[in-house]
Design a protein around this ligand. Structure first.
Ligand code: ADP
Ligand code: X15
Length: 394
């Protein structure tokens, strides 16, 4: 990497600001962390920093999408502090605000490598807009900046790109590792190469498909992404997840993709977003009052056939709402199909996709589990990632 890494900077006695990605999957009802992979993935950097004896380590992360007061309550980052403390083996001081005297005093008074976790960066409206004042304010709290939030480096936000504009900055071990692995895997991939896209972040990730069609030999679509395509083709989609302002993009992708693009032909549907109800399989048209929550059995067969003989597979986004058992079959089928490709380089990316593969017991059957979904896809597309671009050159 042509960027400075954590070993290139002096941190002893300093206040080190670290952007981590602790946007962890949680139980929708209880809020409990269901997969701590992203916290575990940050440990090498944090342990290294502790050994260097800085004055303080101040951690910044977002959690979920925050637009309303209700979103704030649902995405309180304090849930991460005890788990981080347990994994890191040191006290973690959680600061329940994102600016002001409480935060400033906590940083000022910190000593002896005290670890401080700041409340969800998205509590600040300026975070996602990369408000220059906010980046400058957060930067004023520290001496150096370490970028280790690989899952968020595709975001030009105040905590990922704003802070490093004002401080000496370096990549952490996670960012370094992810960039090295993914870069190598896609620079000259063994073919056939298949990309699988699913999940719920339709508006973002649908934009990636056009470029993936240029890189991959086949692109498989599933999960919540399905229904924007179905609607674009004129099918009924009931109450399924849809991004109406991406219908035109979907139409273009269908036209350009031709035989390379593999779309579901059936779905597992329910009359509620729940594990119980009137669950059944239907074809391309979904009846009113129902929503598609998993790909159906015919789609699974098509996907298995498309994956046969693949040498490189990149997968982001579960095929259905795998967190609910009746809608996990599509995701399990893809896990199994990848497990049956022992010679292929199989790369899984994204917080929920990683959780799915781990929860379903396939973690040791794939080549690489990346902490970033959107980030790894954009890196594969060859895009400049703002969180990486902001790090000082070597
Ligand atoms: N058909 C669907 N309708 C609604 N949500 C879906 C559907 N299929 C998958 N999902 C949801 O997508 C979420 C993951 O989406 P996303 O954040 O894009 O993936 P990742 O975190 O792996 O990048 C999962 O929580 C899953 O329940
Ligand atoms: O979960 C994340 O991305 P991912 O779902 O693409 O892996 C990152 O934490 C970025 O979150 P965001 O997509 O809300 O900016």
């Amino acid at each position: 990497m042509d960027k400075k890494t954590i070993k290139d900077i002096e941190v002893t006695g300093k206040t080190v600001l670290v952007r981590v990605d602790f946007n962890v999957p949680r139980n929708k009802e209880t809020g409990e962390i269901t997969n701590d992979n992203r916290i575990v993935a940050a440990l090498p950097t944090l342990k290294y920093l502790l050994e260097q004896k800085p004055k303080a380590i101040v951690l910044f992360s977002h959690l979920g999408k925050v637009k309303t007061e209700e979103d704030k309550a649902k995405n309180d980052l304090s849930v991460v502090a005890p788990r981080l403390s347990e994994l890191l083996g040191v006290d973690v001081k959680f600061v329940n605000c994102t600016r002001g005297p409480e935060l400033e005093n906590a940083v000022k008074e910190a000593d002896n490598a005290q670890v401080i976790l700041v409340q969800n960066t998205r509590y600040e409206k300026g975070e996602s807009k990369n408000d220059p004042e906010l980046g400058q304010y957060w930067a004023s709290l520290g001496d150096v900046f370490v970028e280790d939030a690989f899952g968020s480096v595709h975001r030009a936000h105040a905590s990922t790109a704003g802070i490093p504009a004002h401080l000496p900055s370096a990549a952490g071990f996670l960012v370094e590792k992810e960039i090295a692995y993914i870069g190598k895997a896609v620079s000259d991939p063994e073919r056939p190469m298949v990309a699988i896209l699913g999940g719920a972040k339709v508006s973002d990730k649908i934009l990636v498909i056009e470029n993936l069609l240029k890189i991959a030999d086949k692109v498989i679509v599933g999960g919540g992404m399905t229904y924007t395509f179905m609607k674009a083709m004129g099918h009924e989609i009931g109450n399924s997840l849809v991004e109406d302002d991406r219908i035109e993009v979907a139409k273009e992708i269908i036209e350009k993709g031709g035989d390379k693009l593999i779309l579901p032909v059936d779905s597992v549907i329910n009359n509620a977003f729940a594990a119980e109800g009137d669950i059944k399989v239907c074809g391309e048209d979904i009846p009113e009052g129902y929503m598609g929550l998993d790909i159906g059995p015919k789609s699974v067969e098509n996907i298995k056939a498309a994956l046969e003989g693949a040498k490189t597979v990149v997968w982001n986004g579960p095929m259905g709402v795998f967190e609910m058992e009746p809608f996990a079959k599509g995701t399990i089928a893809v896990c199994e199909a990848l497990a049956n490709l022992p010679d292929a380089n199989t790369i899984i990316g994204g917080g929920d996709s990683a959780a799915a593969v781990m929860q379903l017991g396939y973690a040791d059957k794939v080549s690489h589990i990346s902490t970033g979904g959107g980030a790894s896809l954009e890196y594969m597309e060859g895009k400049v990632l703002p969180g990486i671009a902001a790090i000082d050159d070597k």
